[in-house]
Design a protein around this ligand. Structure first.
Ligand code: NI
Length: 402
């Protein structure tokens, strides 16, 4: 590719990203985004495969000749039977219910909605990879399956795609997330645990309402909830090894209606972040023991309801090492970032299929989900190139072993 061609290709990705940025759609409502992605893929001659998804797009590059124009999951299964390796690349496509405050000329045109996690960047980068891979489709020793996934922010989309059969026959999967505190040209990769399991909880403490002047005639749920919340803080310090990590945050507490009435219940909720299934189970078990035990000490009960989040993102050692090697061959700087306490539903794919999730430096002023979140679009061509390289090289390695 000449310098002029490379510049045109890079500008195209910037245009795509800005178009997506102006029209953000929330989780599960990505209808326009879905149509736009399909249009860009179709224009590039890339085949879209119908998995019956209301939003989100699955497309494929490579495979047996004569397959053009044939659609449907059955067709994909035929390819699997022919023994071709399949590598999946995933980008999430949804936005957040946040009012944008960047003041950019291409800021969100939709009130109260914003691509504040950079999923517009991920989508544009995956399209860039798709265009590049399409250009060398005949050389691909297998199939690249492109997953444009909806509803990541609600941790629903990955499971939806898995249920649709999108991972069938997939030998390896790769995904990326922009990282505001890494410079452009830097990739963050880790083997093993990488991002947290993000569970939520709601605890309802039962009380017996009464006059505030005569607390002995009731049970005060506020005092009980306060003791439970304080005791919960000991789980991380007393039950989790110093070599492991966990976070418990109580973020909301509701009780009472008047200054002179003891309430009949108190409700609090929050989140737990852990990095291994073992610690996740330990923390949850201790959480329930502390809640019910402390409540019992105050003569009442506490009901714990779990809001099951995505499990921890755990990268496969082989593919994490592979990704780091490919990044280096593309003159990208590779670092091992700290564990991220954020959740990511890519973890569901990694429970089914080997693969790796990577951070891509985008040098932004704010962290994810901030109303002034921004990223440096200069990272787009490198990210697209990395995704294309990961898919192409992984297919080559997989095909060589068959
Ligand atoms: Ni995100």
């Amino acid at each position: 590719m000449s310098a002029a061609e490379a510049q045109t290709a890079a500008q195209r990705l910037v245009d795509i990203r800005r178009q997506l940025h102006q029209q953000p759609e929330l989780s599960g409502e990505e209808y326009e985004t879905t149509e736009a992605i399909k249009r860009w893929l179709t224009e590039a001659g890339i085949r879209i495969v119908d998995y019956g998804l209301p939003t989100g797009v699955i497309a494929e590059i490579g495979g047996k000749p004569g397959r053009e124009g044939a659609h449907g999951a059955d067709n994909a299964k035929t390819q699997v039977e022919h023994g071709l390796p399949i590598v999946a690349l995933r980008a999430d496509i949804d936005a957040l219910p946040i009012e944008e405050e960047t003041g950019l000329p291409y800021a969100s045109k939709v009130k109260g909605k914003m691509h504040a996690c950079g999923h517009d960047f991920h989508t544009a980068a995956l399209l860039g990879a798709a265009f590049a891979l399409k250009g060398r489709e005949k050389e691909l020793p297998g199939i690249v399956r492109l997953l444009f996934q909806p509803a990541e922010e609600k941790a629903k989309g990955a499971q939806q795609l898995i249920r649709s059969g999108a991972l069938e026959g997939v030998d390896a999967i790769f995904g990326i997330h922009n990282k505001p505190d890494l410079p452009v040209g830097t990739i963050g990769v880790r083997s093993g645990p990488f991002m947290a399991a993000a569970d939520g909880f709601i605890v309802e403490v039962a009380g017996v309402g009464t006059h505030a002047a005569a607390p002995e005639t009731g049970i005060d749920p506020i005092v009980t909830a306060s003791h439970i919340i304080t005791a919960l803080q000991t789980i991380v310090s007393r039950n989790v090894s110093a070599l492991d990590q966990a976070v418990i945050s109580v973020t909301r507490l509701h009780a009472g209606s008047a200054w002179n009435v003891i309430s009949d219940k108190a409700v609090f909720d929050g989140t737990i972040r852990t990095f291994t299934e073992e610690v996740r189970q330990t923390v949850r078990q201790r959480f329930e023991q502390v809640a019910s035990g402390v409540a019992a000490a105050f003569g009442t009960t506490a009901a714990v309801k779990w809001l099951e989040g995505p499990p921890a993102v755990v990268n496969d050692a082989r593919w994490a090492t592979f990704a780091s090697r490919i990044a280096k061959t593309q003159a990208l700087t590779v670092v091992e970032p700290a564990l991220s306490p954020a959740g990511e539903d890519f973890s569901f794919y990694l429970q089914q299929t080997a693969g790796a999730f990577l951070f891509v430096g985008t040098d932004g002023p704010q962290q994810w989900h901030h109303p002034a979140f921004e990223l440096d679009e200069a990272a787009l061509p490198g990210t697209a190139g990395l995704l294309a390289g990961l898919a192409g090289e992984a297919l080559r390695e997989l095909a060589a072993k068959r």
